[in-house]
Write a protein that binds this ligand. Sequence first.
Ligand code: SF4
Length: 387
Amino acid sequence: MNSQKSGLYVHIPFCEKKCNYCDFYSIEKYELSKNFQQTYLNALIQDLKEKKEKYFINTELSSIFFGGGTPSIFDPDFYFKFLYEIKNIFTNTNFNNIEISMEANPESLCERKINEYKRAGINRLNIGIQSRKKEFLNYLGRKSTIDEVDLLKALHQSEFENYGIDLIYSLPMQNWNDIKQDIDWAIDNNVKHISLYSLTIEKKTKLEKEIFLKKKKKPSEKRSFIYQKIITEYLKKNSYNHYEVSNFAKNKFECEHNLNYWRYRPYIGLGASAHSFNGKVRIINTTNIKNYIKQNKYKLVSSQLNPDLFIGIFRITEFQPLSKFKKIMKFHEFLLFQKKIIEFANKNWINIKKTGFNITENGLLQSDTMLIEMSNILSREDEKLFA
Ligand code: SF4
C-alpha cells in the first residue's frame, strides 16, 4: 500500500515577551528550565506516537516545521533529541531529502546555537527580524537588541544555505524608503526567502488597546495596499518569485512546509493549540499547556469542507486543477464554486485555463475578499440544506 505524505508541525508556544500586535497562541515568561524542556519534549513524543497510531497510520513525512512562539528559545539539545525520536518513528522517511525548518528570533540566536541547530538536523532557518529600526521595533513592542552584522556573519559561516526573514510593513510612521532599506539589506545578504506582512490590528492585542487610547497611531489600510504593489514589483525585479500573497523566494527556496498547507495536503500538528488534518478529520489540541502535558487533550472535528482549502487556493500563484475540487466537494458545492470562480475571472482576479485556473497578480491583492465571498456562499448553501 502506498504511503500518504504529510507535513509535521511542532508548536513551541513560548516567548520571552509578548509583542504588542501578536494574537498567536504564545505564553510569555514561562519557566523554561532544562527540566521543563524535557517534560514538553516527552509530551510531544507521546502526542506524535498517538496521532501516528490512530490517524496517520501509513504516513511518510514530507517536511518538518518548528514554529511558535519562539522555537529558538529552546536549547539545541531539545532538537537533537526530538529529531532522533522522529526518525525512529518514521523509518519510511528519507530525512536527507526533506525540509526541516525552524522559526527563530534574533535575540535568542547566537553563533553557537545556529551551528548546533544545523548539526541537530535543521536545514532551514526563518528569522523574525520584522524591522531593523529601533523606532519601529518599539512601536511593535519587540526587543531591539539585534546585532545584524554578527547574526549574518554567523549565518554565513554556518552551513545554512537556506534562510529567510520576516519583515513587517505599513507601520504608521514608516515610508517606502524605510521598507526598501530592509528589503535591500536582505537582497544584499543573499537571503533566500522574504516574508512581508502588512501590519494588521488584531482584536484584544495590546496594540489595539494602545490605538484605542490614542497612545499610538493607526496604520493606514490604503497605504498598505499601495505598498503591497510596490514591494511585489521591487522583489520580482530582484529575482524573487512571488509565490504566495506575503511570500517571496529565490528559485527552489519556496517554503515546502507552508506550500503543503496551501495545497490542502495532510499535516500532523503537535504541541499545545496545534491542529492536524489527515484528509478526513481535523484534530485540535488543547490550548492549556498543563492539560496538554498531563493528558495530551485534543478534540476531533469532522468537516467535509475544511476552511483551509480556500485559505490556500486564493493565496498561492500555482495552477489549481479543477479535478482536485471535484474530488473534495459535493456536486452542489462544486457547481457553486465554479460559478464564483467565473465571477472572479470576470474581475481579472483569476485566470481560467482549460483544466483549471490560477490566481492573477491582481487577484493576490484580493485574496481575502475571495476567501470571504467563497466561504460565505458555500456556508449559506449548507444552512439551506440543513434548515
Ligand atoms: S515573538 Fe512572535 S509569537 Fe512571540 S509574541 Fe512576538 S510575534 Fe508573537
